[in-house]
Write a new protein. Sequence first.
Length: 618
Amino acid sequence: MTIYNPTQCPPASEIDIPALHAKYLRERDRRIKKNHNDQYIPASGKWAEIYEVDPYTPVAPRDPVTGETDVVILGAGYCGMMVAAQLKKAGIDNFYNVDHGGNFGGTWYWNRYPGIQCDNDSLVYMPLLEETGYMPSKKFADGYEIHDHCQMIADTFGLRENALFHTLIKNLKWDPEINRWHVGTNRGDDIKARFVVLAMGPLNKPKLPGIPGIDKFKGKIFHTARWDYDYTGGGWRNPVLDKLGDKKVAIIGTGATAIQVVPYLAKYAGHTYVVQRTPSTIDARNNRPIDPEWYAAQKPGWQEERIRNFHHAAMERLAPHEPDLVEDIWTEISRNVNAELEAEGWPDISMEEYAARREVMDYRVMERLRARCDIIKDPVTAEALKPYYRYLCKRPASNDDFYPAFNQDNVQLIDVAETQGLEQLTENGFIHQGVEYECDCIIMASGYEVTNDLDRRWGIDTIEGREGISIYDYWRDGFQTFQGMMAHNFPNMFFTGFTQAGANASNSKTFIDQGFHIGYVASQAINRGIAVVEPSQDAQDAYIKHLRSVAVDTSLFANECTPSYFNNEGDQKKKRSIFGEPWGEGYYAFEDMLGAWRSEGELTGLMLTPESTLEPAE
């Protein structure tokens, strides 16, 4: 087992931090594009099949659904499933999960590219392990294992009878005459829902790079989120890509997905072009099986303890003597800082001093990670693959086979940092620095819609609350919520994910806790005969005021980062980011605040309308 410690990073005395900082800024500047997120094009129109067509499960015919239900949950991935499970626990059985996939799983349903694994500790990331009685096979679980566990969750909580698959939500409109949401879909549904939960997850819709000539290429082109095994050969659970032996393949992107895919292309394709604008940090993977004896010895509540510990290490700070239970790339900086403090006898230092130590350790860890590139024989390629930015400016990756792939004659890096992307695609391939490279297949590892334009990210035509107010207009200049999960003018609607709520280092934990809170509010309303729950304007204003009074300003860090979806592709003018406005006092302080609010039992801050004139939902 490899557990990195401070001695494996170069000492601070050997690093010229001011010079490195200046280089970070130069590397950032030459990658910022003036059109920021608009450099990407949506997977719609001609490219709709990349998003809308399901290559895995045939669409089953069904009649439109037009009746009433207590809750419609938009999404059947981790977020939608966690909400559904918590509704069940709260005693709400009358609901639908609506998803355009053919089964539960969300990103773990759609993404089936070769090499796909979770890049977080599976004991933290895979939710409800104790409830399902499931033991992950290894530290970083394969995608198909996570998909299968999603099916176990669905069966454990009896979610299948409530699922509407291969269904796209087209519009949500509040009807004040009946105090219900009209939920319209591409299947002709008009469901009348007492409550609606937006649980699509933060990364659910593929995007494409807006390369000039993208419509001209006559070879095979697909997105990693819709991998075409008919073309490449092999399959999800056995990725032997035996049809690529005579093919020249280009993969565009070197983010977390491409890092996993490239070793398979290197192994099977005749030639592989890896098109990179910004390199990722790539640590050793060191994947290893879970020890069944260790797993069986865990006491009830072990997963919650591990999640909390991971959150401390990844996003806050480990307490003195608190062990690092996860011990991987995400926790190294905190682990190293604490190891040094341990050696110093735990001096009493301020948060500012602790943050300064973390910053120095950040530079040291990044030097270690850059040094890993030197296993590549070609020094030009090795240098181009070195990431020059602060840790967590981009999503960290780990892989044992990515760098060695560049020592193969059939793998070639196309570094487009200077040109900020490929010049264009042609009928036969792509052009870089005036040279045409012919290829048979182009694979887009270009990620997902995380733009500030929510209508584009969510893909829902209309979301209208009271008096026809559009959520897209209401949130045009930033989120406006109460507790991060409700909004004035949008009665009986709940939001999930990164809005104005707490953000845990494990998304699945965030979704579980948001589902619990939503289940509490919805069940209280149903049990008390309340037709409408809606935050008052005063309560919402007070919440936002307090949220911002305790906010931690991370804008300097984000603005100095290389462009990525973490910082709106370097767009400093946008008022909203993928991470929303997280509760500055910390995730568990946020949960404690919600717990105290629930314990009062008064639904304080919500305007309540009794269900006096309507029949109960069926």
